[in-house]
Design a protein around this ligand. Structure first.
Ligand code: NAD
Length: 272
């Protein structure tokens, strides 16, 4: 198997957005995909469209019984699970002084405990398959500070859990990596203020938000044997947002204060 996937893959949060793009690409590449979500109508419609190599299963990622049932259905329909994409997540953009504790717990449950339960449910099946790949969908909010306290904390913790997985599961031939999308145009951003979206795009070196398909390409590669020596890595798919760090902000501030071009060059003395 090269850089395509021809085995059983579970994708959580697959009814829409990035998860739907990932399921679609994986089926295209020859995988048998279990689409797992709580949005049943959309998930069932997508699985029907993708054909015999797709199965929709209702899964709340915070429920251990749901996970056991999902793995059982995946195995009985397609065989042992070779890859798991922990993609399901919820956004909540509230700072640390204002966040309600119930919301804090809900975000951590879905974004962090969900992937933990998924890994624990799928690893026995991966061992039976002789190895596997787990892709945890974190965020640039797991690489930098982000004004969304629970969300950012959950995504940093997921990045840490990924490293633990790489260490503990590597000896069984199970690779665990995290991907860190930047701003991606999906329903998750439906309630985001347009000023926020414009600001993100303007300080992203590629000058735009990303598409779900651009994340799916990376996820499918990490599920495949083409990435057989990649374990414990954190890979940004963010148009250069995190690489640029604060530099785009510095250049913008220079432009605003000088009214001139954004440059760090020392002005050359005029030759007389
Ligand atoms: P989305 O809201 O379109 O999709 C998220 C999916 O997760 C939905 O289908 C939803 O029903 C599902 N989900 C939510 N709670 C669930 C639960 N308890 N059990 C099962 N499924 C559940 O968002 P998206 O942009 O496609 O997000 C995919 C992942 O990418 C998330 O983990 C998100 O945090 C992350 N991410 C998104 C962005 C972005 O800008 N869109 C940026 C960085 C990271």
């Amino acid at each position: 198997m090269g850089s395509t996937v021809d085995n059983t893959v579970i994708v959580t949060g697959a009814s829409r957005g990035q998860g739907a793009a990932e399921a679609r690409l994986l089926v295209d590449q020859g995988a048998s995909v279990v689409l797992a979500d709580v949005l049943d109508d959309a998930g069932e419609a997508l699985a029907a469209e993708l054909g015999d190599n797709a199965l929709y299963v209702h899964l709340d990622v915070t429920s251990e019984p749901d996970w056991a049932r999902t793995v059982e259905l995946a195995e009985s329909r397609f065989g042992p699970v070779r890859a798991l994409v922990n993609n399901a997540g919820v956004s909540h953009r509230v700072g640390l002084m204002d966040i309600d504790l119930g919301d804090w717990n809900r975000v951590l449950d879905v974004n962090l405990t969900g992937p933990l339960l998924g890994m624990r449910a799928c690893v026995p099946s991966m061992r039976r398959a002789g190895g596997g790949s787990i892709v945890n969908v974190s965020s640039i909010a797991g690489l930098t500070a982000y004004s969304a306290s629970a969300y950012s904390a959950s995504k940093w913790a997921l990045r840490g859990l990924t490293k633990v997985g790489a260490l503990e599961l590597g000896p069984a031939g199970i690779r665990v990596n995290s991907v860190h999308p930047g701003l991606i145009e999906t329903p998750m951003l439906g309630d985001a203020p347009s000023a926020m979206l414009d600001a993100f795009a303007s300080i992203t070196p590629l000058g735009r938000g990303g598409r779900a398909e651009e994340v799916a390409a990376l996820v499918a590669f990490l599920c495949s044997d083409g990435s057989s020596y990649i374990n414990g890595a954190e890979i940004a798919v963010d148009g250069g947002f995190t690489a640029a760090g604060q530099m785009q902000g510095v250049l913008g501030a220079i432009e605003r204060t000088t009214g001139g071009p954004a440059t760090l060059r020392v002005p050359q003395r005029e030759e007389s």
